[in-house]
Design a binder for this molecule. Structure first.
Ligand SMILES: [Zn+2]
Length: 136
C-alpha cells in the first residue's frame, strides 16, 4: 500500500550508472555510423540527380535546358555542402569516441548534456555554448 503512493514510476532507476555510460557511447557510435552511411548515400543520390554532373558524363547538352540545369545544380551543390558539413561533424564525433574526447564541449570543455547528444550525436558544443554561438 505504501509503495503505491510513490509518485515517480519512471524506469530511471533501472539504468545502473556504471554501465549506463558505456551503453550510451556504444549506442551513440551505432547512431553515428548509421547517420554516416545515410548522409554518404544522400550525397551519392544528389550527384546522381545533378544534371550538370550527368551532363558532364553524357556530354549531351541540349539548348534551353541550361538555366534549369544550373538551378538544379546550384541547389544540389548547396545541399551537398551541408551534407558534407554533417559528415565532417559525424567523423569528428566518431574520432572523439575513439580517443575518449567524445561528449566534451569544444568551447568550455564541460560535458555536453546527454539529452542533447541523444538528439544530436554529432554535437560538439553544449547547450549553453551553442546558444551563445547562435546568438552572436
Ligand atoms: Zn560549452
Amino acid at each position: 500500500m505504501s509503495k503505491l503512493t510513490q509518485k515517480s514510476s519512471k524506469p530511471k532507476a533501472i539504468l545502473k550508472k556504471s554501465n549506463n555510460n558505456r551503453f550510451t557511447l556504444t549506442r551513440i557510435r551505432e547512431v553515428l555510423l548509421h547517420q554516416q552511411r545515410k548522409v554518404e548515400s544522400e550525397i551519392k543520390d544528389l550527384e546522381k540527380d545533378d544534371p550538370v554532373l550527368m551532363n558532364a558524363l553524357a556530354e549531351s547538352s541540349e539548348p534551353g535546358t541550361d538555366s534549369w540545369m544550373a538551378d538544379v545544380h546550384t541547389r544540389a551543390v548547396a545541399a551537398k555542402a551541408s551534407l558534407r558539413h554533417m559528415l565532417e561533424g559525424i567523423s569528428k564525433a566518431l574520432q572523439n569516441l575513439k580517443t575518449g574526447k567524445y561528449g566534451k564541449c569544444e568551447r568550455c570543455g564541460k560535458a555536453i548534456e546527454k539529452q542533447r547528444l541523444e538528439v544530436m550525436p554529432a554535437a560538439t558544443l553544449c547547450i549553453t555554448c551553442s546558444k551563445k554561438t547562435s546568438k552572436k
